[in-house]
Design a protein around this ligand. Structure first.
Ligand code: 6A9
Length: 648
């Protein structure tokens, strides 16, 4: 039975009028009944499968101090729509400006409003339909508008949950939240000023607020079928990277989200992880991006909709599980949960081993890279999550990908631990973990002596560029606009890929390197070098000295993981530095110093950008620190809360 109080200020223009439109719509099942007082939609009662009976009330607007407004205009719409994703069209086509706002003593003013007479007629035979009821209120600023939603199960309260009653009730919840926040993250105890605590609370709250319950099916292209097929229908309870821009589940994002949510509410995290594992098909594959119904599909360009059943994504749910295993208070319920999860985990882990194997034992390769090598400066690897991060210039089965190998080392370790706790055979997993973390083998397969760093290996040429295609021009006839195409000035050969950035750091990020490895020393040096990865705002994704640093991939595809600062990787970096700062070894001091500096830089910049813009961002500029990409992005950028809390 939450209520939505909305306080609105005018931007200084005392004559400004504002229209607010509240939509209530069914999605094919359930019923709605409008309750009207002349043209004012006073309330909506209804039922739906998920909500049972409910009552939504549009209270009369008031001034900021709660006095009734002297005048406001009301309109409403009662219409049918072919589906939720067409609601906006239905509303737009019903708009008319024949309405007049005429406050006593004020000028008469025409305004646009919904008009039931103009609503397109519903088509009775077109099920499932959406029933839409819309309340529009037009009023001057400043003002306050409250809408209450009361579920049928809420009968105990004598009056509606509005005004002072609501404020009081809310204050209790705010206080409880703040107390629990401090108990969980200790930011006050660590000396963060109140405004910075507020920032961290907003980050967590927005991730929590983005949790959603989705339902439907993906559209899948399987190697076994000539046509795309609908995936079985199912539910997904998940957080999302960006509530307004990508309001859907993404597999590897979710592992990061759960690192934060597992600290806040481990039971909630377990629910989410179980939902994701339930999306697995018989082969052990989980689709990467979850675009589950028509409404979600309406927002996604067609080329991104199809999910391919050979496409992986980093198995970060193992990171989240690792965290859950470390939570205090592991009892019979937690064990029972793991037991139910185990068959799926086993299948999932097997799927990676079977489908993403590399050319040599203990190596791995992302499948599904872009095949069209003519059009991209470097064909992308969307499955890795690091989209345009430079890889071998010519995709081939000879490739071995360092990041995936490190993810598999992590997965093997967590599998071994889960199996041991359950008394299941664990030897195979332990063996894999040892083999994949063996520093000598890692060096042999991924250390590029000439480049002085860890690297991918594959069919690669450094000498590539984008050039205007030469097109034959027929005098007097307009030809096609010349495209940018890739030119390869030196043929590719099997070699390590010359790039220094997040991928090179993976053996450190996922803590595969032994504390006494000399390569640890050199990676720490690369991290701290301003020529390479260090910025005052966090670690950039690709070194300034790398050939593809900040390069476009096509004319219309600007650099994404080729320089900007990403918070999920920076979280792994501070976490790893914290780890190495506590291990006996020659680089301990260096790691400790970097830990302090990187942590301070990240917190300061995200907070500064939040103050300036009001948002957390998808990524941050490595030259100015400015937030960029989409916003609000309270997916993995909200991991700054864990950096503040030093929870790793
Ligand atoms: C395409 C746009 C109106 C890209 O955070 C989600 C993913 C990450 O998993 C990935 O690592 N993001 C990163 O490189 C965003 C992907 C969004 C694709 C949406 C359609 C239309 O939206």
């Amino acid at each position: 039975m939450p209520s939505v109080p909305l306080s609105l200020q005018s931007g200084g223009d005392s004559t400004a009028l504002l229209s607010l439109l509240f939509y209530v719509a069914t999605d094919g099942q359930g019923t709605l009944q409008p309750h009207l007082e002349s043209t004012r939609l006073v309330s909506v009662t209804g039922t739906s499968e998920e909500l049972g009976h409910f009552n939504i009330t549009f209270h009369k607007p008031t001034t900021e101090t709660g006095e009734p407004l002297s005048y406001a205009s009301y309109n409403h719409l009662d219409a049918r729509s072919p589906g939720l994703h067409h609601l906006t069209d239905v509303v737009k086509s019903s708009l008319s400006n024949r309405f007049v706002y005429a406050a006593p003593g004020g000028p008469k003013r025409r305004y646009f409003a919904v008009d039931t007479d103009r609503a397109p007629p519903g088509e009775p035979d077109q099920a499932p339909q959406s029933h839409l009821l819309l309340h529009q209120v037009t009023l001057p600023l400043p003002c306050r508008v409250e809408v209450t939603f009361e579920s049928g199960s809420f009968a105990a309260r004598p009056g509606p949950l509005v005004g002072a009653v609501l404020s009081e009730e809310l204050a209790g919840h705010v206080a409880a939240f703040e107390q629990r926040f401090e108990e969980t993250f200790s930011l006050a105890r660590k000396g963060f000023p109140a405004q910075q605590q507020r920032f961290a609370q907003a980050a967590l709250s927005n991730m929590l607020g983005g949790l959603g319950y989705f339902h439907g099916h993906s559209i899948v292209q399987s190697a076994h079928s000539p046509h795309p097929l609908p995936y079985p229908e199912g539910p997904l309870f998940t957080a999302v990277p960006s509530r307004s821009f990508f309001p859907r589940g993404f597999l590897w994002d979710e592992g990061f989200h759960q690192l934060l949510l597992a600290r806040w509410d481990p039971a909630l995290s377990r629910e989410v992880i179980a939902h994701w594992l339930d999306l697995m098909n018989v082969e052990g594959w989980i689709p990467r991006e979850q675009i589950l119904d028509d409404e979600a599909r309406a927002k996604v360009p067609p080329e991104f909709i199809l999910q391919h059943n050979e496409a992986a994504n980093p198995p970060t749910l193992f990171l989240a599980l690792q965290q859950l295993l470390r939570e205090p208070g592991q009892g019979p319920a937690e064990l029972a949960y793991l037991r139910r999860l185990f068959p799926r985990l086993r299948t999932w882990y097997q799927w990676y081993n079977a489908t993403q194997a590399g050319p040599l034992p203990y190596t791995f390769r992302w499948r599904g890279r872009d095949q069209d090598t003519d059009l991209f400066l470097n064909p992308k690897t969307l499955t890795s999550g690091l989209d345009d991060y430079p890889r071998a210039s010519h995709p081939s089965p000879a490739e071995r990908h360092l990041d995936l190998r490190c993810w598999m080392a992590l997965a093997s370790g967590v599998m071994a631990e889960v199996a041991e706790r359950l008394g299941e055979p664990a030897a195979e997993y332990r063996h894999m973990q040892r083999a994949l973390t063996d520093n000598a083998r890692l060096e042999q397969q991924h250390w590029a002596e000439r480049l002085g760093t860890f690297a991918d290996y594959g069919n690669h040429s450094q000498a590539v560029g984008l050039e205007r295609e030469k097109v034959a021009v027929v005098p007097g006839q307009p030809g096609p606009a010349p495209r940018l195409v890739r030119v390869v000035r030196k043929p590719p050969k099997l070699q390590f890929v010359g790039a220094l950035g997040y991928v090179s750091l993976f053996p450190l990020l996922l803590q595969l390197l032994r504390p006494d490895s000399p390569h640890l020393g050199s990676l720490l040096g690369d991290m701290r070098s301003e020529e390479k990865l260090w910025t005052p705002y966090g670690l950039r994704s690709l070194a300034r000295t790398s050939p593809l640093y900040m390069r476009h991939n096509t004319e219309h595809d600007p650099p994404y993981w080729r320089g900007p600062i990403w918070i999920n990787m920076n979280y792994l970096a501070v976490r790893a530095l914290h780890h190495y700062a506590r291990q006996e070894g020659p680089y301990r001091q260096q790691a400790a110093a970097l830990y302090q500096e990187l942590r301070a830089n990240l917190i300061a910049n995200l907070y500064r950008q939040y103050l300036a813009s009001g948002y957390l961002w998808e990524q941050y500029s490595d030259s100015t620190g400015q937030g960029q990409g989409c916003y609000p992005f309270t997916g993995w950028s909200a991991l700054v809360v864990l950096v503040m809390a030093e929870e790793y």
